[in-house]
Design a protein around this ligand. Structure first.
Ligand code: PGA
Length: 302
């Protein structure tokens, strides 16, 4: 078996590449005698000369040529290993600061749980707020990335969609429209009262835009700043609501709310992972983004 050190091999690789002891010495920040010494020891270990010198020129012997092939491959592999180790170091010590739209909070914890299982040493902090506040946070560079509905154009943001977000009309289970009515015409909603999210909510914006586009005047009841409050109010019979399907899974399962079959619904929005264009993503942030884009849908079963 060959007895050689990585040090000898990397010095050899440099001399073989430059075909010059002095240039190899320069590149490796060594003196020329130190380079000669390493090569001499390597030749002793291998049991054959690896270079020959004719005049001022250095040539590889046949053994040198063979070894240089392997030393190049090994050097490449080592540098790849170094990159991977550094990345992992970054991941292990990493922190991830993300903010999510209040509606995304219904699935974000599940995703974070899966991500943390894979990278247990990463510290994650999660802020939950509405769309408008998220845009302000992005503008002030206060977090690594956000999960939200599509951000407005022209803000120098990168936004990539990773999952659909259907908005549906919800009603209490005993509502007249909830029992067996199919393909309810949009116009029929004009005689209903709607509980709406606060100004600045993405859900609210999407709902208003949708009714506007279809020329529907809808009647607004109370305004509420959380999806939970809307669900409770709809159950209590205060009106209908339009919410993301992702917020009502439990209520549908336990039959506390009903999704109405209204023509034109669901309003199909998407979830985006968003960060500033000029943001240099940390290794952790990059890993989280890749995780979202590749796996979120599958993990959540949407
Ligand atoms: P929200 O939802 O701001 O209504 O919580 C986010 C979005 O759909 O953009």
């Amino acid at each position: 078996m060959l007895h050689l050190t990585f040090r000898q091999l990397s010095v050899f690789e440099a001399v073989a590449r430059h075909l010059s002891y002095s240039r190899a010495a320069l590149e490796m920040h060594l003196t020329q005698p130190a380079v000669s010494m390493q090569i001499k020891q390597l030749e002793e270990n291998v049991g054959m000369p690896l270079f020959e010198q004719l005049g001022k020129k250095v040539y590889l012997t046949e053994a040198g040529r063979e070894l240089s092939h392997y030393s190049r491959v090994i050097a490449q592999q080592l540098s790849e290993a170094e990159t991977v180790m550094n990345d992992l170091k970054g991941l292990q010590r990493g922190r991830l600061k993300i903010s999510v739209a209040s509606t995304a909070n219904y699935f974000a914890p599940q995703l974070l749980a899966n991500f943390s299982q894979r990278f247990p040493t990463v510290t994650v902090s999660l802020d939950v707020t509405n769309r408008q506040a998220l845009l302000a946070q992005l503008a002030n560079n206060e977090m690594d990335m956000a999960i939200m509905g599509q951000p407005p154009e022209g803000l120098d943001l990168v936004a990539e969609s990773f999952m659909e977000n259907p908005l549906v009309v919800i009603a209490p289970v005993n509502h007249p429209l909830a029992t067996a009515a199919k393909k309810i015409p949009l116009a029929r909603l004009q005689s209903e009262t709607f509980l709406v999210r606060e100004q600045g909510s993405g859900t609210r914006i999407a709902m208003e835009r949708f009714f506007d586009q279809h020329g529907i005047k809808f009647h607004t009841g109370m305004e509420m700043s959380s999806n939970e409050a809307i669900k409770q109010a709809v159950q209590a019979g205060l009106g209908l609501g339009i919410l993301s399907l992702h917020t009502i899974e439990l209520e549908l399962e336990t039959k506390r709310l009903k999704v109405l079959d209204v023509k034109g619904f669901p309003i199909m929005r998407h979830w985006y992972v968003v960060h500033r264009k000029d943001k240099r993503l940390s290794t952790v942030a990059q890993a989280f983004k890749t995780f979202l884009l590749n796996e979120a849908k599958q993990i959540l079963g949407h």
